[in-house]
Design a binder for this molecule. Structure first.
Ligand code: NCD
Length: 313
């Protein structure tokens, strides 16, 4: 089962099966225990991993870096195109060829959709997509599902709300597609009309026979939910900023709403960064799961790196 990960590119959650995810979570559980026991690992000693971040990132980049270092691998890379030869006019393809020559695996983030798939066609080594434009963020979805599995002890039969920017948000898109692997879930897709899920995602859900409802009102559905996944409005991806101004601040999860309407065991998730969509007074309630979700980023990404490099253990 583990063999199916070796040498693979990780571009879209759609390329992975439930068996693949089971193998990943089995290993992530092991790594989580090692982290908690402060047990050093040398699983990837001698390997070099490139972190090529053409777009801003805090968690994805730093958790991949932490994951690599916790497994004993070396890390090279950059956090913006500024400072690299791209500024001198080097092409994206040439930059990828260089990284491919220097390292055993490339983690990549880019503002353009398809950038990771394109890099995977050029590179001989595996490419892991750390987010490409509004399209995919597969490792975030792995972490999100892992968080639900740990906190709810199942991935089936749940009412899952996804609130926010379902149009431009790659984390939301990948999460929605990831939950669809588990057919007995029901999705509540909650967004202002301008930010509704894109047709390409809708078609996939329909093809898979996933039960989903679309609504503008969190208040109407919050009492049904077991999981509420909140996302930020992706300001930087709006082709027209006046459109952003119209939806800015249009939803907010508050402690009051949760305490008056939500099931007591609802978990509130968010891929982060948060802007104003979850009020700070939710942070110290029992609903808050977003900091745990961020914490699980390291063991899950450790599992991704070691499975893809064929060195799990
Ligand atoms: C997300 C992203 O970059 O897509 N962040 C993350 O990786 N945790 C979500 C976002 O930026 O809103």
């Amino acid at each position: 089962m583990h063999g199916s990960w070796k040498g693979r590119d990780v571009i879209s959650i759609l390329d992975f099966s439930r068996d693949d995810l089971d193998a990943l979570y089995y290993l992530a559980d092991k790594y989580l225990e090692k982290i908690q026991n402060a047990t050093p690992l040398r699983t990837l000693e001698g390997f070099v991993i490139s972190l090529a971040f053409f777009e801003p990132s805090t968690r994805t980049r730093m958790s991949f870096e932490t994951a690599a270092k916790r497994l004993g691998a070396g890390v090279i890379g950059f956090t913006a195109a500024a400072g690299t030869s791209l500024e001198k006019g080097e092409s994206y393809a040439d930059t990828i060829r260089m990284l491919d020559g220097y390292s055993d695996l490339i983690v990549l983030r880019h503002k353009y959709e398809g950038a990771a798939r394109f890099a995977a066609e050029i590179a001989k080594h595996p490419v892991v997509n750390g987010g490409d434009g509004k399209q995919h963020h597969p490792t975030q979805a792995f972490i999100d599902l892992y968080t639900i599995r740990r906190l709810k002890e199942r991935l089936e039969g749940l009412n899952i709300g996804v609130l926010g920017d379902l149009r431009y948000g790659r984390a939301a898109n990948s999460f929605i597609l990831g939950t669809a692997l588990y057919r007995t879930n029901t999705l509540y897709l909650i967004s202002p009309p301008q930010l509704r899920m894109r047709d390409e995602t809708r078609i996939i859900l329909e093809d898979l026979g996933v039960r989903f409802y679309e609504t503008e009102s969190l208040e109407d559905v919050v009492s049904d939910l077991d999981v509420l996944y909140v996302t930020r409005i992706q300001k930087e991806r709006f082709p027209d900023l006046s459109e952003y101004e119209k939806v800015k601040g249009s939803y907010r999860v508050t402690r009051r709403l949760l305490e008056t309407r939500a099931k007591p065991d609802l978990i509130v998730m968010h891929p982060l960064p948060r802007v104003d969509e979850i009020s700070y007074d939710v942070d110290d309630t029992r609903y808050q799961a977003y900091f745990k979700q961020a914490y699980y980023g390291v063991p899950v990404r450790m599992a991704v790196l070691s499975l893809v490099l064929g060195k799990e253990g």
